[in-house]
Design a protein around this ligand. Structure first.
Ligand code: ADP
Ligand code: MG
Length: 231
């Protein structure tokens, strides 16, 4: 709690009030699983972090000025460890090219989650002026706006309510394992929805929070992309 408070108040002092990768630490404090990884600011370091993670990693540009990373080619999935150095330089170049005056904090080197066995979901919250914090769950990924398959409750939600949410979206059969696929770790999804809703209920300064995607696989869930706005 104390650590979360510290992180949130440090954001308030900055010119922009959004948190991305820094919010990973908040999630750790709330027991919401995140992938292994770190933010680095040179190619050699990217390489050595990647070596500690696995044979392939994901690289993402980290910049407060770039909200949708994949829109500018700022996310590279399945990068073999030997190519991490070059991929690092390429990501920085793309970001500079896209917006020459962007503040670039570095590159996030992240564990690769097996999406073939998984479902990209979205878990989030925003503060409704009338009802207060809402918990949101739905189908996630880069096409969320097009799919619009989400459901809402007042936050915080308990386990039963969170389970209802996972059952009532159109994509629910995907979570249960459609067409011979293995079901995802539904308990893990339910727990993540519950914990995210508790986090926003505990900290009224969080006005908006999006985990997109929370990747759900048969082995568990991972919050791979976070965005958090503080007022
Ligand atoms: P943004 O939403 O800013 O474009 P994301 O971090 O959500 O950036 O990455 C975009 C997409 O890349 C995700 O929706 C997912 O399909 C894929 N992706 C991101 N991180 C991982 C990861 N660690 N493992 C596997 N796929 C990933
Ligand atoms: Mg995303």
């Amino acid at each position: 709690r104390e650590r979360v408070r510290e992180i949130l108040s440090s954001v308030r002092d900055r010119s922009d009030n959004r948190l991305g990768v820094e919010a990973m630490e908040i999630f750790d404090a709330y027991g919401i699983p995140t992938p292994e990884g770190r933010v680095v600011d040179d190619a050699a370091e990217a390489q050595s972090v990647a070596e500690g993670i696995g044979e392939e990693v994901v690289l993402k540009i980290v910049s407060p000025d770039i909200l949708h990373k994949s829109d500018i080619g700022g996310v590279k999935v399945g990068v073999p460890v030997a190519e991490v150095g070059d991929a690092y330089e390429d990501l920085i170049a793309r970001a500079r090219n896209y917006q020459p005056d962007a503040t670039i904090l570095g590159v996030q080197v992240q564990e690769m989650i097996d999406l073939d066995a998984g479902v990209e979901t979205i878990v989030g919250s925003h503060r409704d002026p009338q009802f207060g914090p809402l918990a949101m769950f739905g189908l996630g990924g880069v096409f969320v706006e097009i799919m619009e398959d989400t459901t809402f409750r007042l936050a915080p939600v308990g386990a039963d309510e969170a389970r209802e949410m996972t059952a009532e979206i159109d994509a629910a059969p995907l979570l249960r394992g459609a067409r011979g696929r293995e079901p995802v770790d539904l308990d893990g999804v339910v727990d993540a929805v519950r914990r995210v809703s508790q986090l926003v209920a505990d900290f009224p300064s969080i006005v908006e929070l999006d985990v997109n995607p929370l990747v759900a696989t048969p082995d568990g869930v991972r919050a791979v992309d976070l965005r958090l706005t503080v007022d």
